[in-house]
Design a protein around this ligand. Structure first.
Ligand code: ATP
Ligand code: MG
Length: 506
């Protein structure tokens, strides 16, 4: 060391500085070769990572998706109309990430987690990658807590557990979104943070959903992530991952969350558009080969975490639109196989006035009664079976002229049970109300009523229980069991009210 002269040291330092400059110039910027249809081809950017954010000279952001030998395919997250051929592109060195904080509750944001509700900036000090690996097996525990949707047909027969992935599937305009938004409304006071991700929806329907949430005071615990039908495909593609990252922030801090993807069919379409423009080879229905991975890596992020990780949960409710009930199309089959069950909505039922139009026979929840409170299990025992038998019998009875008495009784009971499961939109039922209603139907108390009177009677019974029998609700919420005392209270209330109701009608 001693024999280095001042000149040599000077030289070394100069060399280093020169090398340093060269490195920065070569690796960090590229040049736009071609731009159009939301895609840019860029040369240079030799060290860019797959999925890295790049910034164009005029400010548009993009994601580097296709890394090829002499160019990079970038998907634009804006219209990119001002990008010029030959202009420069900077790699940011960052994989897409978003700020996360509690301040997001009550807000409507886009896929970049920027507010779009005109209520000012959202403060946040933490960041999360929008794509992060799903928790592994050791980090999870089995699902056991119910996530009450407030819809009697679902909570009684297709129960959803916290941390589950339950698909809502059906044709267009069959009430899919309504099932999801009603579930959000019902989380009031349940300590569940909700994220509603709208992908490629009409702006008017998203606005309507937000208005409903506000009216119900549901925005206090809800975040809406929205990319409308006119947003660039790249943003529609990112929106569900952004929503998942926001939900994860709450889940990993030990809270319960529920995330609704409305809907992954549009997500897959946005991805197909991007892939075709990037000239990736098309496969079945022109979707790229990795469309299964696109959806599985998103839905696998839903979990019930082990107590070591705080015991938080993320329940995912993806919505899939089918074409005339065809569940064997590519995207429906994929998502059915990823999720832990499906709620099937049928257009025929919807048009016949049975709303929510849930086809109970082919809807399942693979978590099953593990996600029900004991009281619910006690009263719903044979409900699903009875309804299934009724369904068969009804089809059969259409052709028969004279039926024996048992068959007529079964049909009469079935019709009343089906009537019980009807429920208007935005009218969630508390679990004790559901128990009371099912108990009345399953034990034949509704037999003296006409089918058309059933809904009217239920409304009366609900009001009466709330006002005059608070003890019933107390028992159910404190013990979660349908005790003898609760049963006696309920029986008395039902009998009394039926009599009163019939008197009023005559
Ligand atoms: P899209 O395919 O357009 O997304 P969707 O399947 O999400 O439709 P919704 O928008 O939820 O369906 O509902 C369709 C219509 O049915 C709406 O007008 C809604 O108000 C009505 N609707 C939904 N659920 C019920 C219900 N339980 N009772 C009465 N009307 C309902
Ligand atoms: Mg919808």
């Amino acid at each position: 060391m001693e024999n280095l002269g001042a000149d040599e040291i000077n030289n070394i330092i100069r060399q280093r500085i020169e090398l340093y400059k060269i490195e920065v110039k070569v690796t960090d910027t590229g040049t736009v070769l071609r731009v159009g249809d939301g895609i840019a081809r860029v040369c240079g950017l030799h060290q860019v990572m797959a999925g890295e954010l790049v910034e164009f000279e005029e400010g548009t952001l993009g994601i580097a998706l296709n890394l090829e030998s002499n160019s990079v395919g970038v998907v634009l997250m804006g219209d990119g109309l001002m990008i010029q051929e030959g202009s420069s592109v900077k790699a940011t060195g960052k994989i897409a990430q978003i700020p996360v904080s509690k301040a997001y509750l009550g807000r409507v944001v886009n896929a970049l987690a920027k507010p779009i509700d005109g209520r000012g900036e959202i403060s946040a000090s933490k960041y999360r990658l929008i794509e992060s690996p799903a928790p592994g097996i050791i980090d999870r525990r089995s699902i056991y807590e119910p996530l009450q949707t407030g819809l009697i047909a679902i909570d009684s027969m297709i129960p959803i557990g916290r941390g589950q992935r339950e698909l809502i599937i059906g044709d267009r305009q069959t009430g899919k979104t309504a099932v999801a938004t009603d579930t959000i409304l019902n989380q009031k006071g349940q300590n569940v943070t909700c994220v509603y991700v709208a992908i490629g929806q009409r702006a008017s329907s998203v606005a309507q959903a937000v208005i409903t949430f506000r009216e119900w005071g549901a925005m206090e615990y809800t975040i809406v992530v929205a990319e409308m039908a006119n947003s660039p495909a790249a943003l529609q593609y990112l929106a569900p991952y952004t929503g998942a990252a926001l939900a994860e922030y709450f889940m990993y801090s030990g809270q319960h969350t529920s995330i609704i993807y409305d809907d992954p069919s549009k997500h897959a379409q946005a991805y197909r558009q991007m892939s075709l423009l990037l000239r990736r080879p098309p496969g079945r229905e022109a979707y790229p080969g990795d469309v299964f991975y696109l959806q599985s890596r998103l839905l696998e992020r839903a979990a019930k975490l082990s107590s070591r990780l705080g015991g938080g949960s993320m329940t995912a409710l993806p919505i899939i639109e089918t074409q005339s009930g065809d569940v064997s199309a590519y995207i429906p089959t994929n998502v059915i196989s990823i999720t832990d069950g499906q709620i099937f909505l049928s257009a025929d039922l919807f048009n016949a006035g049975i709303r929510p139009a849930i086809n109970v026979g082919i809807s399942v929840s693979r978590v099953g009664s593990a996600a029900q409170i004991i009281a619910m299990k006690q009263v719903t025992g044979k409900l699903k079976l009875e309804l299934a038998q009724f369904g068969e019998l009804e089809t059969f009875a259409r052709f028969a002229s004279d039926l024996d008495k048992t068959t007529r009784n079964l049909l009469a009971k079935g019709r009343r049970l089906r009537e019980l499961l009807k429920q208007p939109q935005s009218d969630p039922l508390a679990v004790e109300e559901q128990i009371a209603i099912i108990y009345a139907g399953a034990n034949g108390y509704l037999a003296p009523l006409e089918v058309v009177q059933v809904q009217g009677f239920i409304a009366k019974l609900r009001k009466y229980l709330k006002r005059n029998k608070p003890r019933f609700q107390e028992i159910i919420s404190s013990t979660e069991t349908f005790t003898e005392e609760a049963e006696a209270l309920l029986k008395e209330a039902i009998q009394e009210q039926i009599e009163l109701f019939l008197q009023e009608q005559t």
